[in-house]
Write a protein that binds this ligand. Structure first.
Ligand code: ATR
Length: 278
């Protein structure tokens, strides 16, 4: 039996089992199973190190354990090392290795849904400076963004992000400067929880953002956030956040089961139906 889990606290809400079990079935992977594994913060590092003894060949790691997983493991790929956070664990010949596919998922989603957009086309403006913003900022720099502007309520966290990732061309902007941070940008992305069901919307004025700029959100409940609606109405191309969740799962599945799975409309519909039922 090849068992893989998603480790989180809480983790019952995770849609990773739905995605991976769909692929297990679609590709006819025999004797494979993907389950949730609720691990409390207390002793999470030990549990992660002992993953194999719990019967798992790999795992995804979600909130709040991504940094703990990084610290618990001895081996990492280059992206996890840079972010100091792990969302995917694979068994290699040398033992457990921590990887991070969040930034990959972000870029793959944009390539999928907005194939003409290019990171190199202009500065990228990122709202937020948490873990998701880190993964996205690093991925955008790697994809060729000429400048990255981090807009955050707490500017010191944005400064720490730039320092920790050693971003080559980056600026910090306060919320008061947010509208100006969009001037001549080619991308605006919300990485905060603003716009999620029950939260207030992103209220940044989009007037200075060029009409050719792409607007995207990592929030996917609702699929069209207030920000995406305003951007669409203003004539921007928009990409919702659901695809990031789907695409970040691809490299892990391939590493565990040896098949590179496809993100299809059918999978998207399956996850949307699951979201509608909850
Ligand atoms: P994650 O790791 O999931 O990205 P996080 O580390 O909690 O989450 O980061 C959340 C981000 O959303 C931060 O940038 C946070 O701003 P601060 O650094 O100032 O805390 C931002 N955020 C959350 N709620 C917000 C709000 N009401 N207004 C503005 N920014 C908010």
């Amino acid at each position: 039996m090849r068992k893989v889990c998603v480790i989180g606290w809480p983790v019952a809400h995770s849609r990773s089992p739905l995605i991976h079990n769909y692929w297990i079935e679609t590709y006819g992977i025999a004797d494979a199973e993907y389950v949730t594994f609720a691990v409390s913060p207390d002793g999470a590092g030990d549990t992660i190190r002992a993953l194999r003894s719990f019967g798992f060949i790999g795992a995804n790691v979600t909130v709040p354990h991504k940094e703990t997983a990084f610290a618990a493991l001895d081996r990492h790929d280059a992206v996890a090392k840079r972010l100091k956070a792990v969302n995917t664990i694979v068994t290699t010949a040398k033992g457990l290795e921590g990887r991070n596919t969040d930034g990959y998922g972000f870029i793959a989603n944009l390539k999928d849904r907005a194939p003409l957009w290019k990171a190199s086309a202009g500065p990228a403006a990122i709202l937020g400076a948490g873990g998701a913003a880190r993964a996205i900022a690093a991925a955008l720099e790697d994809a060729g963004a000429p400048e990255i502007r981090i807009v955050n309520r707490t500017p010191s966290r944005a400064e720490a992000l730039i320092r920790d990732l050693d971003l080559k061309s980056a600026k910090v902007c306060s919320m008061a400067e947010a509208a100006r941070a969009l001037e001549n940008a080619s991308l605006f992305v919300n990485t905060t929880t603003l716009g999620m069901k029950g939260e207030s919307d992103v209220i940044v004025d989009l007037d200075l953002l060029p009409k050719s700029a792409l607007v995207t959100d990592i929030v996917y409940t609702p699929l069209e956030t207030g920000l995406l609606r305003r951007a669409r109405e203003a004539g921007h191309e928009v990409v919702d956040g659901l695809g990031m969740l789907l695409h970040q799962a691809v490299p892990g599945f391939e590493a565990w089961f040896g098949v590179r799975p496809e993100v299809t409309g059918k999978l998207r519909k399956l996850v949307l139906a699951d979201m509608a039922g909850k």
